[in-house]
Design a protein. Structure first.
Length: 166
């Protein structure tokens, strides 16, 4: 796949892109003021995405250079009875924002979802990211006000895994 959308090329990431993906993840973390939370290495990215196939990535290119990425995977809806796509991260380099590259990536993800029989594309957005929220609203996306994200990690995850309560 090397689809052109709004003058940009959108292609599947390959193992050789692990370093580019890693760099874009760090740029995203800087934007979200979360650099201290990134522990993944280029090798972690390569193994998890291209050996274990735990998620997929499409890359948006401008003038042949990687300018954006979208990392996604399937999640399952018991109510719908099939898998849907979940967008974990979408990032466009600052110099390419506002030119249609983010829309091109989301458009391609919508195509992938439909090709795979998915009825939904879901993602999260930080509540302070007004430009992203406005962008998503212009696309016709809606926020689910009745949901809260819950997380357990680190020592608490380990403790839960070790509990024997049934």
């Amino acid at each position: 796949m090397n689809k052109r959308k709004n003058g940009f090329a959108v292609r599947w990431a390959e193992a050789e892109d692990a370093g580019v993906i890693w760099e874009l993840i760090h740029r995203l973390a800087a934007l979200e003021k979360m650099e201290d939370q990134v522990t993944a290495t280029v090798e972690d990215i390569r193994i998890s995405l291209f050996e274990k196939k735990q998620a997929e990535v499409i890359i948006g290119e401008a003038a042949g250079e990687p300018a954006a990425f979208a990392l996604f995977f399937h999640h399952y809806s018991t109510f719908l009875g099939h898998a849907n796509l979940y967008l974990e991260d979408l990032f466009v380099r600052e110099e390419y924002r506002g030119r249609g590259l983010g829309r091109a990536l989301l458009s391609r993800l919508a195509e992938i979802a439909l090709e795979r029989g998915c009825g939904r594309l879901d993602w999260l957005c930080l509540d302070w990211n007004a430009p992203a929220i406005s962008f998503y609203q212009r696309l016709g996306a809606r926020v689910l006000d009745d949901r809260r994200v819950w997380r357990i990690s680190g020592d608490r995850l380990t403790a839960l895994a070790g509990s024997k309560s049934v």
